[in-house]
Design a protein around this ligand. Structure first.
Ligand code: AHM
Ligand code: MG
Length: 337
């Protein structure tokens, strides 16, 4: 029997462009370069202590968070891989205060790339899944030079988004607005191979993901939702719920894309002036688009995440995403206030 044919990421992108025209040449190059960078980050992650990549870098990012060595390595890998190809005008990252304009010595392209180079940093040193999240936007038309304002586009304007999870397997998950596809890194071949297409999230679920230790700080609608889940069969939901919290959004979202569930990192009273912990432009927007493309939903409790107009690069947002009926339920609890 002929073995099933292996479809590489490159072949998928080329063939998909023939079908829907959503991946023109420059965007294909961009996605291939991002995938190559993720492969190299995956190798660094795998080496761990042997590669001297664990531990803190003794520095802080713009959010005041201590940077890990791997945060910085991953950021550099993504910048070096992407700056020279001529497909980008600029980049923005969780690990850089300001935008990175492609240096004048390289040709400039029509796209903007935003990323969280290493999400779930608290898991690096304990050998638990982490990941890279990315979002791609078009440069606004007729723009002469790139500045921060060019990046401040709502998530609905993304032209590609995805993540790469570094777990027991390294898996790249991608959307260009025509469904969600997953590619697993074949280490012997050194390439990403298509392993799932048309990913769909069930509308109902019995699994939630939230950091329960923050319960006392939550707003009433979130407390109500979780409280009802915890009451299980005997409560208003009439069914038992399971809980998972990996503390890597990438890994939690990957589980939800694989078997459904709801993920929340809501606003809480610890820092009442911040809308939430997670960042809108390079964490919530790409994940929200992937989730919607797989049939799920993503809101901040009141509005669809993809409709939010960003006002600054490192803006934070409250995040509720996953199985549609559960997200709609939590969102409706917010409007009942
Ligand atoms: P990071 O980008 O600094 O790693 O922070 C984001 C991460 C998410 O991946 C995860 O969902 C959350 O922070 C975990 O936060 P907590 O440790 O408060 O549970
Ligand atoms: Mg992050």
């Amino acid at each position: 029997m002929t073995p099933p044919k292996k479809i590489s990421l490159t072949r998928y992108l080329v063939e998909q462009q023939r079908i829907d025209g959503l991946i023109p040449g420059q965007l294909r190059l961009l996605l291939e370069v991002v995938a190559r960078a993720c492969k190299s980050i995956s190798h660094a992650v795998n080496k761990g202590a042997l590669g001297n990549v664990l531990g803190s870098a003794q520095s802080e990012n713009v959010q005041g968070e201590v940077q890990k060595k791997l945060d910085i390595i991953a950021n550099e890998v993504l910048i070096e891989a992407n700056e020279w190809g001529g497909h980008l005008a600029g980049m923005a990252s969780e690990e850089m205060d300001a935008i990175y304009v492609v240096p004048n010595r390289y040709p400039k392209g029509e796209y903007l790339l935003l990323f969280d180079p290493l999400d779930g940093s608290s898991n690096i040193d304990v050998n638990v899944s982490i990941g890279t999240i990315f979002s791609v936007l078009h440069m606004p038309e007729d723009d002469r030079g790139v500045d921060e304002g060019d990046f401040l586009q709502p998530g609905s304007r993304q032209v590609a988004a995805g993540y790469c999870v570094y777990g027991p397997q390294t898996t790249l998950v991608l959307t260009v607005g025509d469904g969600v596809a997953m590619f697993t890194l074949d280490r012997e071949q050194g390439s990403f191979v298509l392993t799932q297409e048309n990913v769909r999230i069930p509308a109902d679920t019995q699994e939630f993901a939230i950091n329960m230790s923050n319960m006392r700080h939550w707003a009433p609608p979130v407390r109500r939702y979780i409280d009802e889940c915890l009451q299980g069969k005997d409560g208003p939901r009439g069914k038992d719920f399971n809980m998972r919290w990996i503390a890597s959004m990438v890994a939690d979202v990957h589980r939800i894309l694989t078997r459904g569930g709801i993920f929340m990192y809501p606003w809480d009273q610890r820092e009442p002036n911040k809308p939430g912990k997670l960042r809108l432009m390079y964490e919530a927007n790409p994940m929200a688009w992937l989730i919607e493309q797989a049939g799920g939903a993503a809101t901040n409790g009141k509005e669809r995440i993809l409709d939010l107009q960003p006002t600054k690069l490192h803006e934070r947002v409250s995040v509720i995403l996953g199985s549609k009926n559960e997200v709609e339920r939590v969102t409706s609890y917010h409007s009942e206030l």
